[in-house]
Design a protein around this ligand. Structure first.
Ligand SMILES: [Zn+2]
Length: 208
């Protein structure tokens, strides 16, 4: 039984932003719930995977109602979006925040994680292989004009941006595709998921 508890603590500790104390709090919380609550929670966790998909273009995870066609999301599958522009973000919440500003009509690519300093195996931390494949596909279609970095404005974010920039510059001709990053002003350190309309608008128009 104790092992069961520790196992769950381990699981919760893997959640983003959750430390060992919070993980323990979650487990004690669950212990106190009635059977109906636990059954309902379990059922929802089980069906979450069936009711979601990973877009084969932007590699974001979405719930199934955001599917435009087979494993392509509403944004990547829309006729009205400018496919020649790609914003590179860390996670789905960043896409949601930028979408909410209504200031961007291009597409996205979700790296799906952070690249730790001196990572021994970057392909396990971020979707660099998938990004290279996507860029290759779009270059073949002559359908790429700009790649815009919108990674966290932190030392780690900069390190990741440089790593990606170095990797993709080997396949992207500097002249045919512009590579830029969002301007950073007073909001240095700001996470994209909290970006508001004016901050994004300024950062986007000031990109270089
Ligand atoms: Zn997509």
């Amino acid at each position: 039984v104790n092992d069961n508890k520790n196992k769950l603590i381990e699981y919760f500790q893997k959640f983003p932003g959750i430390g060992p104390k919070q993980a323990q709090r979650f487990v004690y919380f669950l212990m106190k719930q009635n059977k109906r609550y636990i059954d309902d929670l379990t059922k929802n966790i089980e069906s979450l995977k069936q009711n979601s998909f990973e877009c084969i273009e932007c590699h974001a995870f979405y719930s199934i109602e955001k599917q435009n066609k087979n494993n392509i999301c509403n944004i990547c599958g829309s006729e009205n979006r400018d496919k020649s522009q790609i914003i590179i973000v860390e996670k789905e919440l960043d896409v949601d925040a930028i979408e909410k500003t209504n200031e961007y009509n291009g597409t996205y690519f979700v790296m799906g994680g952070r690249l730790p300093f001196l990572s021994a195996n970057p392909t396990e931390n971020i979707k660099i292989r998938e990004l290279v494949e996507k860029i290759r596909r779009q270059l073949d279609l002559h359908n790429l004009t700009e790649i815009i970095f919108a990674l966290p404005a932190t030392d780690e974010g900069d390190y990741e941006m440089e790593y990606i920039r170095k990797t993709i510059s080997q396949i992207v001709g500097i002249k045919e595709v512009k590579i830029s990053s969002l301007a950073r002003g007073v909001s240095t350190g700001l996470e994209m998921e909290y970006v508001d309309h004016d901050t994004f608008k300024n950062a986007f128009s000031g990109r270089k």
